[in-house]
Write a protein that binds this ligand. Structure first.
Ligand SMILES: NC(=O)c1ccc[n+]([C@@H]2O[C@H](COP(=O)([O-])OP(=O)(O)OC[C@H]3O[C@@H](n4cnc5c(N)ncnc54)[C@H](O)[C@@H]3O)[C@@H](O)[C@H]2O)c1
Length: 275
């Protein structure tokens, strides 16, 4: 389904961290933000910009500037906000769509984590949000009433056996969101996370058994799995003024998965018609 523009982000300026290719949640978020009238810069690691298709995304978003940044580097983040501020002035939104776990990639079980990698997972996938918000505040690059959104997974609340150390990173990410929300509210600045259904992206597909996880969620969720486009539309709403008093929340974009126990489709799958 192609969403029409509601002009939700007319006049708003921001930065979107994490689009890699067409499948990325960040990519679809950029397209939705552009459709809704926003202007923004797009950021990713230098290597991802070099090998990826991000220039194509920039073209589709009115030649959005691309800025290289390793989100685990405070220096990189400082220069991203300096450059963005120079181009656009202070910002109305930030999107954090960054995640990476070497332990997940290498299929290390939670009981057998490589600790340097564990550190990397927490640094890139969670502390990066702290660094980004801190970098924006130090550069005085956020307008009052700005909105910040980061993406998370239900593995932060419930155990999904193959999600390994990413579950811990997402729990930290969600807590950073609450801690900043409490401190930024006086300026009307909101910060929220979205729990997204399993989605076939590069990061998502790196989780062992992803196809089974995807299928299980699809069969459990009354509305079916939320797509990357569904996620992007919700992000656009959260970046808009329509949600000006929503902060410190984790919002489930999961087709109802988080409220389900067992569904008929799964019973059928496990036990056939014998029930
Ligand atoms: N795909 C899913 O099933 C799913 C579900 C829930 C939440 N999420 C979350 O959505 C977000 C986006 O992931 P995606 O699924 O679109 O996958 P993706 O692989 O398309 O995006 C992840 C991005 O993180 C970037 N990144 C990795 N290390 C970085 C670093 N050091 N500095 C800057 N950027 C870095 C990658 O280059 C990539 O662009 C992640 O936080 C992910 O955990 C994904």
């Amino acid at each position: 389904m192609k969403t029409k523009s509601y002009g939700l982000l007319e006049g708003k300026k921001g930065i979107i961290f994490g689009p890699l290719d067409e499948r990325s949640l960040g990519w679809q978020i950029a397209l939705a933000a552009y459709r809704e009238g926003a202007k923004f810069t797009i950021s990713n690691m230098k290597a991802a910009i070099r090998v990826g298709q991000i220039e194509e995304l920039s073209k589709q978003c009115g030649d959005a500037p691309l800025i290289a940044c390793d989100a685990s580097s405070s220096e990189d983040i400082a220069s991203v906000f300096a450059e963005t501020k120079e181009r656009f002035g202070a910002l109305d939104f930030i999107v954090h769509s960054i995640g990476m776990s070497p332990n997940v990639r290498k299929k290390r079980d939670y009981t057998d984590l490589h600790y340097d990698w564990y550190h990397k997972t927490l640094d890139v996938s969670a502390m990066s949000l702290h660094r980004i918000v801190s970098g924006a505040l130090h550069a005085d690059a956020l307008n009052d009433g700005a909105s910040i959104v980061a993406l998370t997974y239900i593995g932060a609340q419930r155990v999904f056996s193959k999600y390994s150390d990413m579950a811990d990173a997402k729990a930290l990410l969600e807590n950073i969101t609450r801690n900043y929300g409490a401190r930024l509210g006086a300026r009307g600045i909101r910060i929220n996370t979205i729990t997204q259904s399993p989605t076939k992206t590069t990061a998502g597909s790196g989780v062992e058994g992803f196809d089974h996880l995807y299928d299980f969620a699809e069969k459990t969720s009354p509305l079916g799995n939320a797509t990357a486009e569904d996620c992007a539309d919700l992000v656009a709403v959260l970046l808009s003024d329509l949600t000006r008093r929503i902060t410190m929340q984790n919002i489930y974009n999961d087709g109802g998965f988080s409220s389900m126990g067992i569904s008929d489709a799964l019973l059928e799958e496990f036990y056939g018609n014998k029930g």
